[in-house]
Design a protein around this ligand. Structure first.
Ligand SMILES: Nc1nc2c(ncn2[C@@H]2O[C@H](COP(=O)(O)OP(=O)(O)O)[C@@H](O)[C@H]2O)c(=O)[nH]1
Ligand SMILES: [Mg+2]
Length: 212
């Protein structure tokens, strides 16, 4: 029973996306509540954080999949360990938006599933004047994937906790459904529709979070 409870509480999140979309900035802003303008670790770092989300403890392990890796077997390893994925693009880069489909297809292929817990994260929303990807486009893609959509700014700490928290909720739902043998959380047109989540949500990370 203790083992099962632990299984339900511990979640491995992987941050996926093209180069320089803000994967590191989002991760560090979520874990340490600080904006680090340039951060390129020599090794893959695993971050741990304990949060209360919807009155339930969540032990989160967050990793950033290196975008530079063309060696797809290595990226597959990240996908294998992930229980939920933040698919990050930058609103200032159309190319990074177009890469999202490929990442999601890779995830479904490696997981051998029709759907999996993911959230589409449109980062750098503070750079409105450099915008190349409309909010509607992100929202439509999320609808197509059957997942949630959120615009964030790692720099201004807009919607950062919300992005991670929404993913955790979907992972929980997915795990529970897997355990009870029911259909999965999201899926091409079968799951909940994507939606834009603006402003500060109702989640209680912030003060409730402890960096382990
Ligand atoms: N204006 C703005 N810049 C950002 C934001 N997030 C990241 N950046 C900048 O974008 C660049 C790439 O960020 P980084 O986190 O290293 O991207 P990664 O390669 O995806 O990990 C850096 O210069 C960051 O300072 C954001 O939300 N707003
Ligand atoms: Mg990085």
């Amino acid at each position: 029973m203790a083992g099962r409870a632990r299984f339900l509480r511990e979640h491995k999140l992987v941050v996926v996306g093209g180069r320089r979309v803000g994967k590191s900035a989002l991760t560090i802003q979520f874990i340490q509540a600080a904006f680090v303008a340039e951060y390129e670790p020599a090794i893959v770092e695993t971050y741990r954080k304990q949060c209360i989300i919807d009155d339930e403890i969540a032990l989160l392990e967050v990793e950033e999949a290196p975008a530079s890796l063309s060696y797809s077997a290595f990226r597959d390893l990240f996908i294998k360990i992930g229980e939920g994925f933040l698919l990050v693009y930058s609103i200032t880069s159309r190319n990074s938006f177009e890469e999202i489909r490929t990442f999601y297809q890779q995830i479904l292929r490696v997981k051998d599933q029709d759907s999996f817990p993911v959230i589409i994260v449109a980062n750098k929303c503070d750079l409105e004047y450099e915008r190349q990807v409309g909010m509607d486009e992100g929202r439509d893609l999320a609808k197509h994937f059957g997942c949630k959509f959120i615009e964030t700014s790692a720099k201004q700490r807009i919607n950062v906790d919300e992005a991670f928290n929404h993913l955790v909720r979907d992972i929980r739902k997915y795990k529970k459904e897997q355990q009870t043998g029911r259909s999965v959380v999201a899926g091409n047109g079968r799951g909940p529709t994507g939606r834009y989540i603006q402003g500060q949500g109702s989640f209680s990370c912030g003060a409730g979070c402890v960096v382990l």
